[in-house]
Design a protein around this ligand. Sequence first.
Ligand SMILES: [Zn+2]
Length: 393
Amino acid sequence: MNIVSSFSKNITVVFFILVSFSLQMQAQESNSYYETIVENMGLDMLEANLQQHTDFGSKDPGTEALVNSFNWLKSTYEEWGYEDISIDTFNYSGNECYNLIVTKTGTHYPNKYVIIDGHYDTRNGPGANDNGTGTAIVMEIARMLKDIDTEYSVRFIHFSAEEVGLIGSRHYVENTVVPEAHDIQLVFNIDAVGGVNGMTNDIIVCERDESAPNTNNAASAAITDTLSNLIQLYSSLNTEISYAYSTDYIPFMEEGYVITGLYEKNETPYAHTPNDIIENMDLDYFKEVAKGSLGASLYFTRAYETTDIEEIVDIEILSAYPNPVSAILNVQINNFEQGHKLRIMNQQGQAVFIQDLYMDTKIDFSEFPNGLYFLVLETEDGEPLVKKINKIG
Ligand SMILES: [Zn+2]
C-alpha cells in the first residue's frame, strides 16, 4: 500500500462489512481442473520467492536493492521460459526505475489482456508484507500459468516506485496503455496480503472501484463479487468487499479501465518500517491468499484444459461457437445428412446430450459442470467428427 491515504480505511471498513454480506452472490461453480492446478501450486516456491524478495533489503528508488530485485525478477521469468518480457523505464527523482512486463498470449483473444500485478518496490524496510507477498503471488501465478492455455492474453506486471506515489503504474498507463489503447479485460492488483503474526487472519478484502469516473464502477463491482466468490472457492478464506484506494490499480481506474484487488483484513502495523519482515506476518494466511488468487486468475484469464484425445474436425462440415462456452453452444452443420446423431460426451465417455441432427443446433451448456467435453458427429462413412468443447462459467 502506498502511504498517502492508508489512514481513513478503518473508519469506513465497518460499513463495508455490512454491505458486503448483502452483496454475496451465488457461489461460482467449482472447476475441478482449476482445483487440481491450485492443489499443485508451488507453496515452497512461493515462500522461497517471498524470502528472496525480502532478502534484497529496503527497495526504495535509487537503491541497489531495487535494481537487484528487478534483475532477479526478470531472470526468473526468463528461466521459466517466458519470452515476451519488456521493461518500462522511467525516472523518479533522478533515479532510473523499471516496471517489468511479462506477456502470455491468449489463444482466443490475443489482443485482450488480463493484467495481474503487484509492486515490488518497498519503503524504508524490506517489505515482506508490502509487497513481497503480492510480488511472490504474481510470480507463482505466472509460473503455474506458463504452459496452460488461456483464452485471454495475460500481462504479469511488477510495478516500481508505487510507495512514492504510484509513479511506475502511472508512467505505464500514461505512456503505454492509453497511447496504445490497450484492450484490457480487467486489472487484478495484489498488495500487502501477509496478515499479522499472532492474530486470527482468515479474511481477505476484495477491493472495487467506487470513485470517478463512474462508467467503470459497475463492472468493477461485478468482477470484485466474482473475485470474492472465487477466493472462497479455492482457499479457506472468507472475504469482505471494500473500496479500491492507494495502489497501482488507481491510474488504470482513472482512465476508465475495470479493476479489482486484494488487500489484507488485519493490516500490518509494520508497513514501511524495517520490521516488515516475514516473521511478523502469517505465512499460512499468505498461502491461502495465493491459492485463492491463482484460482481467480485461472477463471479471469479463461484458462482451459486440453487433452491428448485427437480432435478431428472438418470445418467445412462442422463448426461450433463460442468455445469455451458458458451457456449456449451454436453448432452449425453443412453438407446436411439426415438421420445422424449429434452427441456431447464428457471426459468419462458418457453422453450428456444426444440429439438428431439438424443443420443449426443450439446446445445449452449452462447446467453442465465446467470442464472439457467432446462434440461428436457421426458421419456417413463411419468416421465421427470430434471437436473439443470447453465449458467455463
Ligand atoms: Zn504496497
